[in-house]
Design a protein. Structure first.
Length: 444
């Protein structure tokens, strides 16, 4: 008669044999295990230079902020002038005004079902949508098109759809399916793909940009009736570290890297601050500022800010904006232009923005000189928010190397490795990482 121990050992042995004889189902989310990968940003060949008032209007609308009447009138006037010039050039009634989307300076390639599509990476939204073969021929012309019929791994999510609007008044809508998405060699096998069947003219006219990759938290996803996870949320379990970084330098091809924080990309120490995920954004506290390396000044008590690679400029609280431009000779809030302007010949001071009460992120004065609006005056990349949230866009990223940690919901900041000055750190209890050491993310 077998003892209980012998019976247990027999059962365990049988289980092992059966397990070895049975096929193992792979993780349906991804096929790359514990690694990192790099995604380059390439120059948008259609980039036509920045337009200050249009970018400000776009930022306000993206976050549903009130828009000053003067700004609305300025952009309407610019649009009318662009249409008039177009009519004079082509001699017809067919008008193509300069699309706002051509202000997108850099884009990145991804693969969907083996098909390469170049998109804009946006940490301020959570949808992955692309141009598809379901669009009309005119809309497809000149674009990289995703054709689900050419993919053996595509599957339709029947009954689901998306309809998304952006800050510049543009939008996209269509059907939803799943397919294999490969970014830099990391693969998610059933990533939700939002396939555009209707698009705004501004998207159609910008042939270098074929969609958008949202990298905010999945709760912002617009698919209905069932929200879908972002690529980052799906690929995170397979990464060496649950993080991606934005290395977006000025006038240079940068990169997004998933799975590690490369210490060669930044100088000094990296400071991590906690993220408030309640609204789905990479949001953190920001209550003070300084000008040209001076003593920090109060901005807005309880102020919050969002790190957004999909917004070009910086929207800060009025106290910060007014305090900064008070140090700029000839600067004024120009109602005709819809925001703060200054003489183009002026050498602007650097700005530093509070990050979580632990770090002051430097923004170069030369980057705040954003766009010319007349023969002598320029439009600032620093403008006032009209709500209770601030938005720190690409202008900040030109100086700052930023790590987005989805494992503990934190953001890491340090200056790019080619930076000149060093950032100011606040407080004594910040979590830091040396630029020549291993990743040490904020715990908790």
């Amino acid at each position: 008669m077998r003892s209980p121990v012998h019976s247990l050992l027999f059962c365990l042995g049988l289980f092992v044999l059966l397990a070895e004889a049975s096929p193992v189902r792979s993780d349906t989310r991804n096929t790359i295990q514990k690694r990192s990968f790099l995604v380059p940003r390439v120059k948008n060949e259609n980039f036509q230079g920045h337009n200050g008032p249009r970018q400000l209007l776009r930022a306000y609308r993206k976050y549903s902020m009130p828009v000053p009447q003067g700004l609305e009138e300025t952009v309407a006037r610019q649009t009318a002038q662009a249409k008039l010039k177009a009519r004079r050039r082509n001699g017809t009634g067919v008008v193509k005004a300069t699309p706002i989307r051509n202000d997108v300076e850099y884009v990145s390639p991804i693969k969907i079902g083996g098909q390469t599509v170049t998109v804009d990476f946006d940490t301020g939204s959570s949808d992955l949508w692309v141009f598809t073969s379901q669009l009309g021929r005119q809309a497809q012309a000149g674009h990289e098109i995703y054709d689900p019929a050419q993919s053996k791994t595509f599957s339709m999510l029947r009954g689901n759809s998306f309809d998304i609007s952006y800050g510049d008044g543009s939008g996209a809508a269509g059907n939803v399916g799943t397919d294999v998405v490969d970014i830099g060699g990391a693969t998610v096998t059933r990533q939700a793909i939002e396939m555009a069947t209707a698009l705004s003219a501004s998207f159609v006219e910008d042939t270098a940009n074929n969609g958008l990759m949202g990298l905010a938290f999945s709760k912002l996803n617009t698919v209905k009736p069932q929200k879908q996870k972002t690529f980052f949320d799906n690929v995170m379990p397979s990464l060496a570290e649950p993080v991606f970084t934005a290395d977006l330098k000025k006038a240079a091809v940068g990169a997004y890297e998933f799975g590690r924080v490369d210490p060669a990309k930044f100088v000094g120490q990296m400071t991590y601050v906690p993220v408030n995920t309640s609204n789905g954004f990479w949001q953190f506290s920001s209550e003070s500022f300084s000008v040209d390396g001076g003593t920090p000044q109060p901005g807005q008590a309880g102020g919050q800010a969002i790190a957004d690679t999909g917004t070009t400029i910086i929207l800060a609280n009025p106290a910060t904006v007014e305090g900064y431009y008070a140090a700029v000779s000839g600067a004024a809030n120009d109602q005709q232009q819809g925001g703060f302007t200054f003489p183009c010949a002026t050498q602007l001071p650097d700005l530093a923005l509070d990050i979580g009460g632990q770090y002051m992120a430097r923004v170069k004065g030369s980057d705040i000189n954003f766009a010319q609006v007349s023969d002598t005056m320029c439009f600032g990349a620093l403008q006032a928010t009209t709500s209770n949230v601030q938005v720190y866009g690409d202008v900040m990223f030109k100086t700052q190397f930023v790590a987005f940690n989805g494992g503990n919901n934190s953001l890491g900041f340090a200056e790019h490795a080619d930076g000149q000055a060093r950032p100011t750190q606040l407080g004594q209890q910040q979590q830091q990482q040396q630029g020549t050491g291993e990743t040490q993310p904020l715990r908790g």
